[in-house]
Write a new protein. Structure first.
Length: 284
């Protein structure tokens, strides 16, 4: 039996009832005390890195937050899991086999009947990305899909580091590009009134800090620079110019409020300069 002191997760006492297939299960929760999580740097994508613990080894906190039914693989963020509206339930049930097949093509060893590992953690966010297709606009599905996509990408990067040579780095890039599209789509939908962002309280994008709407604006601009299309130079310059204006708005908000997270403003300044350099190089 595993030493209790070395456990990194536990089964919650609360019973979860899948709204799709009615399976009853207990969610796996991450234990965070006793030196399990040693916070490291924050990347330009606002991703918190963690140092390995001498006692517990490397822990991946992002592997645990998504709630997944172990039977039908319906997945969402925890607060939305039991609140899936009725119209989406039958559609998710009908697509069960295709969901299994698509997920196993990328994550063949994914298994939600066992304690989560890195593969199942990444698969949990991929499934979340898929399942938000069946939530109505009141749940702000686009921004939640964007967050799920970038988290999938981050965990795939972790997999690439742990298992080099299995093309996880290439898959990570695909999900970063997907996140780029979804972040900008979510912002566009909010601005044109097609989809509200009121259905999300924590914008993440990681689990340690909520960078709010300004964080989403920042990421929409950053991801355009790093992963946006490059095949049409004119369109890219237009896109980057719009991204630069977005970052300028963040600067304005930062100067007028002491409540904006410091790391966000630091990264935003660096991004503003990086976008400016690419635009100037193209003009030359």
């Amino acid at each position: 039996m595993e030493d209790k002191e070395l456990k990194i997760s536990f089964a919650s006492k609360e019973e979860y009832h899948c709204p799709v297939c009615e399976t009853v299960f207990h969610r796996e929760e991450l234990l965070s005390g006793s030196g399990r999580l040693i916070a490291g740097a924050i990347t330009d994508e606002l991703h918190r890195l963690y140092e390995p613990s001498a006692k517990y080894g490397t822990i991946y906190p992002l592997a645990y937050p998504a709630t997944v039914c172990p039977e039908c693989w319906f997945a969402s963020v925890d607060k939305d899991f039991s609140n899936l509206p009725s119209p989406g339930r039958q559609k998710i049930l009908d697509t069960r086999e295709s969901r299994f097949k698509e997920t196993r093509l990328i994550f063949p060893s994914a298994d939600f009947t066992k304690p989560r590992d890195l593969v199942s953690g990444a698969a949990s966010w991929y499934l979340t990305l898929i399942c938000y297709e069946y939530y109505p606009k009141e749940f702000s599905p686009a921004i939640k899909q964007a967050i799920a996509a970038i988290r999938t990408g981050w965990l795939l990067e972790d997999l690439a580091g742990k298992y080099p040579g299995y093309h996880y780095d290439w898959l990570a890039l695909l999900f970063k590009k997907k996140a780029q599209f979804l972040y900008n789509e979510a912002i566009a939908r909010e601005q044109n009134g097609k989809e509200t962002l009121s259905g999300i309280k924590n914008f993440g994008p990681d689990t340690d800090k909520n960078y709010a709407y300004e964080g989403a604006l920042y990421l929409s601009a950053l991801l355009k620079l790093k992963y946006g299309p490059r095949d049409n130079a004119e369109q890219r310059m237009e896109s980057l110019s719009a991204a630069k204006r977005t970052i300028a708005k963040i600067f304005g908000l930062g100067k007028s409020s002491k409540n904006k997270p410091g790391p966000l403003l630091e990264h935003a300044r660096e991004l503003y300069e990086s976008i400016g350099r690419e635009i100037n190089e193209t003009d030359e």
